[in-house]
Design a protein around this ligand. Structure first.
Ligand code: BGC
Length: 779
């Protein structure tokens, strides 16, 4: 295939005699270059360059290409001075192959914490520093764009890719993304915000029709993308595989042109999620072009032909092709490749590891603490710990699939605790390490066929637990002052999670928690559970057992150090949940319509044109806008841990908030005081309760937030949090408009959705803003 394209490019070059007039692309001659392009050249530019995507090296890339392991590219047209540009996966770091056959040199990238951990920092400035470090690595490895951030809404805790995404709330999602995008783009590299849109499940993701109201689409699933587009101007957007209300996103004019460009003013390019030609599924290349999908990734030669034939037969207007080509040229002139940047293949991994650790430390959420933490607060640090759970040793730094990053190392709990002076018992460490080596071999041997998202370069798997016998416990108790149990979960692309054994504990894990806590508590020794999962789990059935629970997420390469810093109090926890932790998975209204029979889609049925799996071709969003806390809070449903929740080692006081309006800007101010005895950070969360109006609304919705710097005991900081009047609006689909009713709005400032500390009111006139009428549900 690559060969064919090279021949095609060569033939095209030869058939056009280069004259002195042939323009070379510059920032100022885009129209001229467009004019000089042949139809074939234009068509080739719209088709991404990783032509052998469906070979066995799939997402992991073709090692013969410029950047082995990068996900795709746009083609070069040398006669017009158009360079190739390279797209690499993320979002938790640059994803390229760590080794190359021709050299001993390694090509590792910094493994940052997964999206759910980044969002749990509630720190947009930190998100921006992550983006900056990633942008720097994108360039160092001769790439141009990182395929991230992932911004889909956590509609349900069972979505396999929730770890890559930020939150159940669109505002938090949007603001964290803005930080990330601004950071990457400040380095002169680009992003692709993905997967646009309503791609909140993995099961049959290439075929499923997500059926939802225009209101739910605009307010919940699109709003985060809208914030990112309006506030950070991403270079590219990735259109998702699924359909929305019957129409494939990748050929969805309503979404890609009416909403994205006309309503929001997006100026960059739209590229497809990785699929090639999908005619068998009923998706045609020329419809994608017409819809405003500029780039087909990874694309194939047949799609070039489709475009050429489409224009020649009059089915596709040249004008539509030109619009896409112009936008791609406008993108290309921004890129490091166009601007002559030469990467040195040696990013500053040490400096970036510091940022990774900072995010891990700020994103981890302390869920329970009966006073046992920080360790050593009431005396000296424990000297020896028994580490239970395979995750303590096989610590999962990230998820699986295209979001897996090849990190130079992963600090596990043994290493992290050792770095703060706490030794893991040697015999238990040896037992676990031997077992994990065996379990990994067994996992490889048991692989049933080839499922690309489980391939070795796609990330670490969670290993089944070993039985903790009374014998073993007795031996450990003699040596250790405390126990840490790690409960890990792996999840990833292409597969959703099950309730049994994934959302819930396995019976073996439950027994491990019960037996370890019973034995240690009998000797007055503490037990701490570390949750090593990028997604939500059930906790209610077991949270009473341990003394403390730390949600460590999948915290990137520095995870073990971050856990140790929090357990020992070097860092005061300031992570706050970016999603509700329900009592049971079935408490979410969306679970009813969430596929739970887990159709593992295989390489084969994707390769055959991505044909939909008939039994799973529709997902009804019957819960509408009632996603996450919007449902639980409004219906006063009990949860395990509410949205925004997280414990600290200190306490904070919030002053009575004030709210002021100036034109269309609203500023909420609150002074936060550290009233405890150790330094720490706090998050102020601003929820707004709207006056009763035409539309039914949640009791309150997050409309702004702010995080303090580290405040010493007694220190204060005034946070000023701004929003626009339009942010108070809900989507009135009858009139295709955003509508905020006239009346008195209550601004509730709190430390989580259930813990309101103070309020202020503001009376506003009605606000409306017309939009296009798009994405209507078919009757
Ligand atoms: C994933 C994207 C990824 C792309 C390229 C797709 O399967 O859904 O998130 O960026 O592959 O690897």
């Amino acid at each position: 295939m690559i060969m064919n394209i090279k021949i095609l490019a060569f033939a095209m070059t030869m058939s056009i005699t280069a004259t002195a007039q042939t323009p070379k692309l510059s920032k100022n001659n885009i129209d001229e270059v467009l004019h000089a392009m042949t139809l074939e050249e234009k068509a080739s530019l719209l088709i991404g360059g990783e032509y052998d995507f469906w070979s066995t090296t799939a997402v992991a890339g073709n090692s013969s290409r410029t950047v082995p392991g990068a996900a795709g590219s746009t083609i070069a047209i040398p006669r017009l001075g158009i360079p190739e540009t390279i797209l690499t996966d993320g979002p938790a770091g640059v994803r390229i192959n760590p080794t190359r056959p021709e050299t001993d040199k390694t090509f590792y990238a910094t493994g940052f914490p997964v999206g759910s951990c980044l969002a749990a920092t509630w720190n947009t400035e930190l998100a921006s520093r992550v983006g900056k470090a990633i942008g720097n690595e994108v360039k160092a490895y001769n790439c141009d764009v990182i395929l991230g951030p992932g911004m889909n809404i956590h509609r349900n805790p069972l979505c396999g890719r929730n770890f890559e995404y930020y939150s159940e709330d669109p505002l938090l999602t949007g603001k964290i993304a803005v930080g990330y995008v601004n950071g990457v783009q400040s380095e002169g590299a680009g992003v692709s915000i993905k997967h646009f849109a309503v791609n909140s499940q993995e099961t049959n993701r290439t075929g499923v029709d997500e059926q939802l109201s225009q209101r739910a689409a605009r307010e919940i699933y699109l709003r985060g993308f809208e914030i990112a587009v309006r506030e950070s101007h991403p270079w590219t957007v990735m259109s998702s595989y699924n359909r929305i209300n019957g129409v494939f996103v990748q050929a969805n004019y309503d979404l890609l042109t009416k909403i994205l460009r006309d309503d929001w003013g997006f100026k960059g390019i739209v590229m497809t999620d990785w699929c090639g030609k999908r005619e068998q599924a009923g998706l045609y290349t020329i419809d994608e072009v017409k819809a405003g999908n500029d780039l087909m990734e990874p694309g194939c030669k047949e799609q070039v032909d489709d475009i050429v034939a489409g224009v020649k037969s009059g089915k596709l207007r040249m004008e539509d092709v030109d619009k896409c080509v112009r936008r791609i040229l406008e993108y290309i002139v921004l890129t490091p490749h166009f601007n002559g940047y030469k990467g040195n293949n040696a990013p500053d991994l040490k400096t970036h590891a510091v940022v990774s650790r900072e995010v891990a430390e700020e994103g981890m959420v302390l869920l329970k603490n009966n006073g046992v933490l920080p360790l050593g607060a009431k005396g000296s640090l424990p000297k020896r710990v028994s580490l239970y759970g395979t995750g303590s040793y096989n610590f999962l730094s990230g998820g699986v699939g295209s979001g897996c990053v090849h990190t130079p190392y992963i600090i596990d709990l043994v290493q992290g605790l050792k770095n703060v002076g706490i030794e893991a018992t040697a015999d238990l460490t040896e037992i676990y390490k031997k077992y994990i080596d065996y379990a990994k071999l067994k996992f490889e041997a048991d692989r049933s066929g080839y499922r690309w998202f489980e391939a070795p370069l796609m990330g670490d798997q969670k290993m089944p637990e070993i039985d903790i016998t009374q014998e073993l416990l007795k031996k450990q108790l003699k040596q250790s002052d405390m126990a840490v149990i790690t409960i890990s979960r792996q999840a990833g692309e292409g597969i959703d999670r099950k309730i049994d054994g994934e959302f819930n504990l396995t019976p073996q894990e439950m027994k491990m928690i019960q037996d370890v806590t019973t034995a240690y508590h009998a000797e007055n020794k503490p037990v701490i559970v570390v949750i090593n999962s990028g997604s939500v789990m059930e906790t209610t059935s077991w949270s009473a057992y341990p003394d403390a629970i730390l949600l460590a997420w999948q915290p990137g390469e520095e995870g073990g150090n971050a856990v140790a810093d929090i357990l020992t109090g070097k860092v005061c926890p300031s992570g706050r949940l970016s999603m509700t932790w329900p009592l049971a998975a079935t408490d979410h209204p969306s679970t009813k319509n969430f596929p739970q029979d887990i159709d593992l889609f295989t390489y084969e049925n994707l390769g055959a044109g991505g044909a939909p799996i008939p039994t799973r071709d529709v997902t009804k969003h019957e819960e509408d806008i009632w996603v996450g806390y919007r449902f639980f809070d409004t219906n006063r449903r009990q949860v395990a841990y509410p949205f925004g929740f997280g414990l600290s080692y200190t306490t904070f006081n919030f002053s009575a908030p004030t709210v002021k309006r100036s034109g269309d800007k609203i500023t909420v101010s609150v002074t936060v005081k550290n009233t405890g005895s150790v330094a720490g950070k706090e998050v102020a969360q601003v929820y707004v309760a709207a006056p009763k109006g035409k539309l039914e609304k949640p009791t309150k919705e997050l409309k702004a937030f702010g995080k303090t710097r580290t405040l010493k005991p007694g220190e204060t900081q005034t946070l000023q949090m701004t929003l626009a009047v339009r942010d108070l609006a809900s989507y009135d689909e009858k009139n295709s408009q955003w509508l905020a009713d006239a009346g008195t709005y209550t601004f509730l400032v709190g430390s989580n959705v259930e813990a309101v500390k103070g309020k202020a009111t503001l009376t506003l006139p009605q606000y409306t803003e017309k939009t296009s009428n798009a994405l209507a549900m078919k009757k």
